[in-house]
Design a protein around this ligand. Structure first.
Ligand code: SAM
Length: 239
């Protein structure tokens, strides 16, 4: 791993002011269950962004610890987590239409009460929809690693984006990332070690063990059998 470089300024780079997208929008024809997911369950599970601001009591009918997942893909692990911890509320943000439709289907078929999803760029949702200090956990699992150097600016974890996440977390709240791409793990570690207001829960410069609450995906299981690594990073907002 290369030596971490201290980042003292959180100035937003000019290029990010022009809003560099962290995703490539793609979609394919909806399956029958995805169509059903949107038609039958969309109105229950899709949050109304950008027309409304987030009000947890109005959305979930209660105030419970809140986990927000950025880029849940097809959402299988988010569904598992929401089922496993009914006393917590979960919001998933995704721009992939098939993933949004699939998760509505999965949640709707079991009438899952503690999950909602947003069809949005997470950066805009964090900035404009959520009030400050409303989240207990922000999770980012297997985010696009953007391996080419010229695309590194598209990676979700950036110094100024961590300050946006810091604002949205409650003090004591946690940012949790996992990746199977070692260079992205190292990139995140470098940024997070020097992220103002955060403390590495595994100890300075350390990756964390996979916490039991993060479900092992089929993809990850297969990777483990092939000897591929997965790196978890857990940082607490301390101020
Ligand atoms: C590599 S996939 C990983 C999906 C899932 N977390 C998993 O582990 O299978 C990354 C996902 O993040 C989504 N994504 C990337 N940037 C995003 C953003 N700014 N807002 C919302 N979703 C985003 C992409 O659409 C994609 O589905």
């Amino acid at each position: 791993m290369s030596e971490p470089v201290a980042v003292t300024s959180v100035e937003v780079p000019e290029e990010h002011k022009r809003r560099i997208l962290t995703f490539m929008k793609r979609s394919s024809a909806f399956t029958t269950s995805q169509k059903q997911g949107l038609e039958q369950y969309g109105s229950r599970y899709l949050l109304n962004f950008p027309d409304q601001k987030f009000n947890q009591e109005a959305v979930f009918g209660r105030l419970a610890p809140l986990t927000v997942e950025i880029g849940f893909g097809m959402g299988y692990s988010l569904i598992e987590m929401a089922k496993a911890v009914p006393e917590r509320d979960f919001i998933g943000i995704e721009i992939h239409p098939n993933g949004l439709a699939q998760i509505c289907y999965e949640a709707g078929s079991i009438s899952l009460p503690n999950l909602r999803v947003m069809d949005a760029d997470a950066l805009l949702a964090l900035e404009h929809y959520f009030p400050d200090a409303c989240m207990d956990t922000v999770q980012l699992y297997f985010a696009d690693p953007w391996p080419k150097k010229k695309h590194h600016k598209r990676r979700f974890v950036q110094t100024h984006i961590m300050q946006l996440i810091r604002r949205k977390l409650k003090t004591g709240g946690v940012f949790h990332a996992a990746t199977d791409w070692q260079p992205y793990a190292e990139w995140m570690l470098e940024i997070l070690e020097f992220a103002e207001g955060f403390e590495n829960m595994a100890g300075p410069g350390q990756y964390a063990e996979r916490p039991a609450f993060r479900p092992l995906t089929k993809f990850e299981n297969r990777g483990n059998l092939l000897g591929h690594g997965v790196w978890d990073l857990l940082y607490r907002k301390v101020r």
